[in-house]
Design a protein around this ligand. Structure first.
Ligand SMILES: [Zn+2]
Ligand SMILES: [Zn+2]
Length: 338
């Protein structure tokens, strides 16, 4: 099969490789669609860790073509989405139910071969069955949606709350829709890119602001009457984290969702956190949210029809990464069999 192998910083190679033998608890998937994520770009730049060498791609769905001997819940022909985050179940964090903090966590597409390939082996336990008519491009959205859902749960939005979402990319769009479901009365998105500003409006933001405008923060303070009850940082930079703290109302919650490079730091005034009585939460991965993400999509409570997705073949993987880097579309997806 063809696959995109990550072989070290800035080295992504299209290779031919045999499919390894299936384990008893695994399914072999014919990958339908696999999203290119900001995390993939950071891995390729050497800014985030991945095992070497590995086939990247952690946001994917596919058709089951073979089942290991012990697999009882799936059959060839089933369409599934994959939760890439595999936890051990026996470390101290797993045993406390904090599975995203698993000490032995292994992720498909980061530590184990993932979805930028024609075929992928995944433990059956990681697979979530989708209706046969589920749009295959949208199967690639379930992992980011499940992560967004965890972030939204941490945000603890109460009906009537005002929400500020920093960053109007794919995650921002997911957060807009989730915040609405949780009863937000006002959703403000800050975004520099003009196209993305339009998309944010189209997907339900009440107010979209270019944060580079000198009065941007003033406008947000006026609209929210003193800051957002919840600020969700989805841009992943030190500056936007600082901004999130500024934009939060007294007693507000700041969710750190965006992934910054692991060597970036900021300066904050502890007094501000103290005086504003802020609740600052990191949102890492998607513990116990994948099933609900699937349900929200199947029931169409979340809708991504008409979403601006750029799709590429596996052969075009470098072009696809470039597309994601330049933010040409809201989301970039690889279709390995096109
Ligand atoms: Zn991702
Ligand atoms: Zn564990």
């Amino acid at each position: 099969m063809q696959a995109a192998l990550y072989a070290g910083a800035h080295r992504l190679q299209l290779i031919e490789k045999p499919v390894r033998k299936i384990e008893k608890d695994e399914v072999l998937l014919k990958v339908s669609a696999c999203g290119v994520c900001g995390t993939d770009l950071k891995i390729l730049n050497g800014k985030l860790h991945a095992k070497l060498p590995v086939i990247l791609g952690h946001e994917f769905g596919g058709i089951v073509v073979e089942c290991g001997q012990y697999v009882r819940t799936l059959m060839p022909g089933n369409f599934v989405a994959v939760d890439p985050n595999i936890v051990c179940g026996y470390c101290r964090f797993c045993r406390r139910g904090k599975v995203n903090l698993c000490e032995n966590l292994q992720a498909l597409g980061v530590d184990i071969d993932g979805g930028f390939a024609e075929y992928c082996l995944a433990p059956a336990q990681q697979c979530y069955r989708l209706p046969d008519d589920f749009p295959s491009l949208q199967a690639a959205l379930l992992e980011p949606i499940s992560c967004g859902l965890y972030g939204i749960r941490l945000a603890n939005i109460q009906p009537g709350n005002s929400i500020v979402i920093i960053g109007g990319g794919m995650i921002g769009i997911i957060m807009i829709q989730l915040a609405k479901l949780f009863g937000a009365s006002l959703i403000i998105v800050t975004e520099v890119d003009e196209h993305r500003q339009e998309w944010a409006k189209q997907f339900g933001a009440d107010l979209v602001i270019n944060p580079q405008k000198p009065d941007a923060e003033k406008v947000i303070f006026t609209a929210t009457e003193g800051g957002g009850d919840v600020v969700i940082e989805c841009a992943g930079s030190p500056q936007t984290f600082q901004q999130a703290i500024r934009l939060a109302a007294n007693g507000g919650t700041v969710v750190v969702f965006g992934v910054s490079a692991n060597d970036q730091t900021i300066s904050v005034a502890p007094y501000e956190i103290y005086r504003k009585n802020l609740d600052i939460k990191g949102s890492f991965l998607n513990p116990f949210t994948f099933q609900d993400a699937v349900q929200l999509m199947i029931s169409k409570k979340l809708r991504f029809d008409g979403l601006d997705i750029g799709y590429f073949s596996l052969q075009e993987i470098e072009k696809a990464f470039e597309n994601q880097r330049q933010k040409k579309n809201l989301k970039t997806v690889i279709l390995p069999h096109e």
